[in-house]
Design a binder for this molecule. Structure first.
Ligand SMILES: C[S@@+](CC[C@H](N)C(=O)[O-])C[C@H]1O[C@@H](n2cnc3c(N)ncnc32)[C@H](O)[C@@H]1O
Ligand SMILES: [Zn+2]
Length: 394
């Protein structure tokens, strides 16, 4: 169990945490499921560098079981993957396209840490069939699927530990959407050790400014601004090659240069702004919950656009009654027909404009797209980051 104030910050070593979320209600996991809190979800912000860390989570007792058994078995089909709004494609596809946009030698050795269902192995082997490809992940179901999708790869079903793999042997080490779950100092440090000189580290990672819903996630323990990741990479002698900082998950390729620095200059310059932003995100959530609660208390019927974690967080935090849900809409055809909060997910239609209000359930860039698609008056829209003065008929 993590305890507030006893854990050093993974990025800067700071020991002072300011509590930014203390949630006694149900929390949400990244797969959208709710977890009951037999202990509260507590998120703290490092008072020095602004990194956000889960000081306590209802999942703490059972985190290993969550990954070995629960995680990914909850996904309905083997190839299910979430759609990345900002990229207009699946998350896995966005990562694969980014990494495979880089030229690698014809032969080499790859380790994919937290490989999940082997989507990356499959795509990588297709382009580089002569590479020796390995994936490691504790999720039994994911590894089973990975072995089917990429039979040529060698999968290890276990938690990643650096000492189980040989140092200075890998040309590419990947950590795609893993570092929000595991201690980044240990994982990036161990990954850098495994790389040959000039080897490449590929990282895909949720960034808090674009994924503010992480503040209410029970299973995201580490929440970053890009300066945190860059500072840690520099410390382990990883030089940035290319980045793609779009949407909720950002992508990076680093090269092992061996030139390490712990100056954290960019982070130091930006930390005041980062801390200010983090406190603001926490406030924005509370503002959204207050607005939705007001509508609930006035008996208004509210539509939810985007059947995802933001919707689950908002419903759970406001204890929104099912009978006041006007409808749940989503552009992802995979979700149509699924039952959410007592109603079926439908494609967006004209009907949505008849709701008393619409909650746009997405991160900042997703919200912009949704606003254009809906073309509804601003005062009927509620979303994370909405203008404070929007007058609602509540
Ligand atoms: C969001 S999924 C990403 C899967 C895959 N990399 C992808 O991009 O589709 C996160 C993965 O991290 C894995 N994971 C969690 N803890 C881990 C650990 N200690 N070592 C290795 N993998 C871990 C989970 O089982 C899960 O499959
Ligand atoms: Zn810190």
């Amino acid at each position: 169990m993590h305890l507030a104030q006893t854990q050093p910050c993974e990025i800067c070593g700071g020991m002072n945490w300011k509590i930014v979320v203390h949630n006694e209600k149900e929390s949400v996991c990244s797969g959208r499921e709710l977890v009951r809190n037999d202990q509260p979800l507590i998120k703290g912000m490092c008072e020095n560098c602004g990194m956000v860390y889960t000081l306590r989570s209802p999942l703490d007792q059972d985190l290993d079981k969550y990954y070995t058994q629960v995680y990914s078995s909850k996904l309905k089909t083997d190839n299910y993957d979430y759609v990345n709004f900002a990229k207009g494609k699946r998350f896995g596809q966005a990562v694969n396209d980014f990494v495979l946009g880089h030229e690698f030698p014809r032969q080499g050795r790859l380790l994919d840490i937290g490989c999940g269902k082997g989507f990356f192995e499959q795509a990588f082997i297709e382009k580089y069939p002569d590479w020796n490809v390995e994936g490691v992940d504790p999720s039994e179901r994911s590894i089973e699927i990975g072995r089917q999708l990429a039979p040529q790869a060698n999968f290890h079903c276990q938690n990643f530990r650096g000492e189980d793999f040989p140092d200075n042997q890998y040309d590419l080490v990947a950590m795609h959407t893993v570092l929000n779950r595991v201690p980044p100092r240990t994982f990036i440090g161990a990954g850098a050790d495994l790389l040959k000189r000039d080897g490449v580290m590929s990282i895909a990672i949720a960034m808090l400014p674009e994924a503010p819903f992480e503040l209410y996630f029970a299973d995201h323990h580490y929440m970053y601004h890009s300066q945190h990741l860059r500072a840690l990479a520099e410390e382990f002698g990883l030089e940035l090659v290319v980045s793609d900082e779009v949407g909720s998950i950002w992508r990076y390729l680093f090269r092992k240069s061996g030139k390490s620095t712990v100056q954290r200059e960019a982070l130091r310059r930006e930390s005041e702004r980062i801390k200010h932003d983090v406190l603001n995100y926490a406030l924005e959530w509370r503002r959204l919950f207050e607005r939705v609660t007001r509508l609930k208390d006035a008996g208004k019927r509210v539509a939810f656009y985007g059947a995802g974690t933001t919707m689950m967080i908002t419903l759970a935090q406001t204890e929104f009654p099912r009978e006041l849900v006007f409808g749940v809409y989503d552009d992802n055809t995979h979700k149509h027909g699924e039952e959410w909060w007592g109603t079926h997910v439908q494609p967006r239609s004209e009907e949505i404009s008849r709701a008393d209000a619409v909650v746009l359930c997405a991160g900042p860039s997703g919200v912009d797209v949704m606003k254009c698609d809906l073309m509804m008056p601003e005062e009927k829209l509620l979303y994370f980051g909405m203008p404070e003065i929007a007058a609602l008929n509540a």
